[in-house]
Design a protein around this ligand. Structure first.
Ligand SMILES: *Cc1c(COP(=O)(O)O)cnc(C)c1O
Length: 419
């Protein structure tokens, strides 16, 4: 079985069906496979074959994975993924196109161009390309800012994502972080300064609390980049007004693996003047038929799952799902406000609810949660729960009930040990 043969490259349809069935059962019943056996601590000399390998991995890969679709999961920016994307991702793996070479991707490049053409206009942008995540989207945009507009520094807010600091370090640009207002957004007065040699990075949906910087500022910067990794898709919903001004930017980054429900890694970087950017960020090579634009070398058809989703749902479907997540966030915030023992940090603007129990260390309460999950954020030195509404199957009451229960238990034991 360990001998490599051409059979490894001829699909085992039954094994593939079983693997799919395990995934479906995980979604339906929360479990799929048997007990996890230990994995070898060193590379096995003899292989066990494809079927046995998948059986061995199933408990690790499926049963022991975080359940992003659980009703009590309102925690991180990671959504459950729609089933069409599973098939499309499998196709991408099975065909293994490489968008670096037109020969190895005769239509995959066109598919990506189609997705970009569908999405870029929502942000007033004329083009762009896919990247694995917004960390690389932000880096690509700031690279363009440096080499197209000649910026010498980056100006952003103290709540900017750490990928902006990384980009500054890599590109050799200093990063100045301006103070934010009480809602943790940059205000126009703070941006009203000489930015003629700077890239101004504004965030649409900060990672900690979901704040949106003022995007409608007078153009004073040499380059304006909008990091819309989280809240960008709101532009396609009835909450579009929150992102007014985004269309005046030079570049926009957005993570499709966040609020467009895509499997990782899926993100986009858009440009107002894609041709100028492509020229500045392009490299030729003896083995390349076409110049390589941007950061990535070999990369696959990550547009396929996104195309499948956009075709399946259409604009209305995308809108509906994001708006229903926004409603989940609002229901959570309303419930928190109605509970005397809970405290809401502030209004929820982009599907992120920041809250905590009034009594007890939020971290200890979080550790005691059963079938419920929150993330945490430190704001002005204080720890808060952070609930990101990326899960359309979430039930806010389930989460609040679990928190009330855990906080009650903690207070009871606290009193007990103190007596
Ligand atoms: C998540 C996030 C990023 C980074 O995106 P990845 O896709 O995780 O690399 C950048 N900026 C903001 C505001 C984010 O929320």
């Amino acid at each position: 079985m360990g001998t490599p043969t051409r059979h490894d490259f001829t699909p085992d349809a039954e094994a593939l069906r079983r693997a799919l069935q395990q995934l479906i059962e995980l979604r339906q019943h929360g479990e799929s496979a048997g007990a996890a056996t230990a994995l070898p601590s060193v590379l096995p000399v003899d292989g066990v074959g494809g079927r046995a390998a998948l059986e061995q991995l199933a408990p690790w890969a499926l049963d022991r994975s975080a359940r992003l679709d659980a009703p009590g999961f309102i925690a991180h920016m990671d959504p459950p993924t729609p089933w069409m994307t599973w098939a499309a991702a499998l196709w991408a793996a099975g065909t293994n196109q490489n968008l670096l070479h037109p020969d190895a991707a005769p239509v995959a490049r066109e598919l990506e161009a189609r997705v970009v053409a569908w999405l870029a206009p929502w942000f007033g942008m004329a083009g762009g390309h896919m990247v694995p995540d917004s960390t690389l989207g932000n880096l690509t945009a700031l690279w363009a800012a440096r080499d197209v507009a000649g910026v010498r520094r980056i100006v952003t807010s103290v709540d900017a994502h750490l990928s902006i600091l990384k980009a500054g370090r890599i590109l050799g640009l200093s990063v100045e972080c301006l103070p934010v207002d009480a809602s943790r957004a940059l205000r126009p007065e703070q941006i009203d300064r000489d930015l003629s040699d700077a890239a101004l990075v504004l965030t649409a949906g900060t990672t900690a609390v979901g704040a949106i910087d003022c995007l409608t500022v007078q153009r004073r910067a040499a380059w304006v980049h909008i990091d819309a990794a989280w809240a960008g898709p709101l532009r396609m919903t009835r909450h579009a007004g929150l992102l007014d001004g985004v269309e005046t930017a030079d570049s926009v980054a957005l993570s499709a693996h966040k609020w467009l429900y895509q499997p990782k890694e899926s993100a986009l970087v858009f440009f107002a003047q894609p041709d100028r950017v492509a020229q500045a960020l392009s490299f030729g090579g003896s083995y390349l038929a076409q110049p390589n634009v941007g950061l990535l070398g070999s990369h696959g058809a990550c547009a396929l799952p996104l195309l499948a989703t956009l075709l399946a749902w259409g604009l209305h479907g995308v809108r509906e799902r994001i708006e229903s997540d926004m409603a989940i966030a609002q229901r959570l915030a309303d419930r928190v406000q109605a509970e005397p023992s809970l405290e809401l940090w502030g209004p929820t603007r982009t599907g992120i609810v920041v809250w905590r129990p009034r009594q007890g260390d939020p971290r200890q309460v979080r550790e005691r949660l059963r079938d419920a999950w929150v993330s945490t954020a430190t704001i002005n030195g204080e720890i808060w729960f952070r609930s990101v509404a990326a899960n359309p199957l979430a039930d806010p009451d389930r989460l609040v009930d679990a928190v009330l229960h855990a906080a009650g238990q903690l207070n009871a034991t606290g009193k007990g040990s103190g007596a």
